[in-house]
Design a protein around this ligand. Structure first.
Ligand code: PYC
Length: 314
């Protein structure tokens, strides 16, 4: 190992099958200040580091990265910036569960209540004695119901536009069977929806792109099964914490979910999150419970002589 080689300390985990690569040391110095500003610095000056960590040949389209940061709020056990194969996430439910399980694995926190700072706000996290983690997400809400969008090759598709820490288009009425064998068709359908939303200027608040598309169907072991297309075209192996938050905000808006009622959301690979809502003022707050397992501790090696050192990018 020469002095030119750079080491990046990571711990990998998965939450319901969806991987999280937690960067503990060797990441870029993003300075101090609010996390949204540090995300912009990350994007503008160190985006190749994002790609080096999660993209091939070290990672894959599915890997979500989490960069450990000094929190601004002293009551927080950690600050975290989530990123993926194409960019940065506001919040990440499965990733937060993975981060808490990893910090517990390292002995940096124990069972009880903790606070984690993310670019979209502080979230609460309870590590239970049995290893499960409950995330208390930021407020979620439905922006618009049953929005029609003309999707080339599929006709008019209706869905709800909702926020759960990321922007989602949630589709209940479709003819697709939600099973692993159909992942290619499901990906093609949801990608076409995403492109149609963009083409028709259908966005979240402040013109924010809707970069997650979520389909729902019946489940044999939960209240619902989903398929979630993530921003970089990978599908979420977990039931998606922010997607489940968006879903429960819509159910509440439709009068189909009461405060405290538990909703179980199954993913396309069969993993399950439990969710419920609490109302504070006129805001809907979600709790999402799931489990994560650490599956690797490693030093990534960044060799400047490697032509794919910073990952394969489109
Ligand atoms: O669990 O919120 C989530 C998530 C977002 C993207 C992938 N997983």
């Amino acid at each position: 190992m020469s002095p030119e080689h750079r080491r990046v300390r990571v711990i990998d985990s998965h939450t319901g099958g969806e991987p999280t690569r937690f960067v503990l040391a060797g990441g870029p110095d993003l300075g101090v200040g609010p996390l949204p500003e540090r995300v912009e610095r990350f994007r503008a000056q160190y985006d190749t580091f994002r790609s080096a960590v999660v993209n091939e040949p070290r990672g894959s389209d599915v890997v979500v990265g989490a960069l450990l940061c000094e929190p601004v709020e002293r009551t927080c056990v950690a600050g975290v910036i989530f990123f993926n194969n194409v960019g940065y996430l506001g919040m990440c439910g499965h990733g937060t569960i993975g981060v808490v399980a990893t910090l517990a694995y390292l002995g940096r926190l124990g069972p009880g209540e903790h606070r984690i700072e993310t670019p979209v706000g502080v979230v609460g996290a309870i590590l239970h004695e049995n290893g499960e983690v409950t995330v208390h997400n930021i407020a979620s809400y439905r922006k618009a119901a049953a929005v029609p969008v003309d999707v080339p090759g599929y006709g008019t598709v209706r869905g709800d536009v909702a926020w759960g820490g990321n922007w989602f288009f949630l589709v209940r009425d479709h003819s697709m069977e939600l099973c692993l064998e159909r992942v290619e068709q499901l990906t093609a359908f949801t990608w076409a929806i995403r492109q149609a939303l963009h083409a028709h200027g259908i966005t979240g608040d402040a013109g924010k792109e809707i970069d997650h598309v979520e389909l729902f169907g019946p489940s044999e072991k939960a209240d619902s099964r989903n398929f979630v297309l993530c921003p970089g075209k990978a599908y979420d192996r977990s039931p998606c914490g922010t997607g489940t938050s968006a879903k429960l905000a819509c159910l509440y808006a439709d009068g189909k979910l009461r405060e405290g009622q538990v909703w179980t959301q199954e993913s396309i690979v069969g993993s399950v999150f439990k969710g419920s809502i609490v109302i504070r003022g006129d805001q809907v707050y979600l709790s999402i419970t799931g489990s994560a397992f650490v599956n690797a501790e490693a030093d990534l090696v960044l060799d400047p002589a490697d032509p794919f050192c910073m990952g394969i990018r489109e």
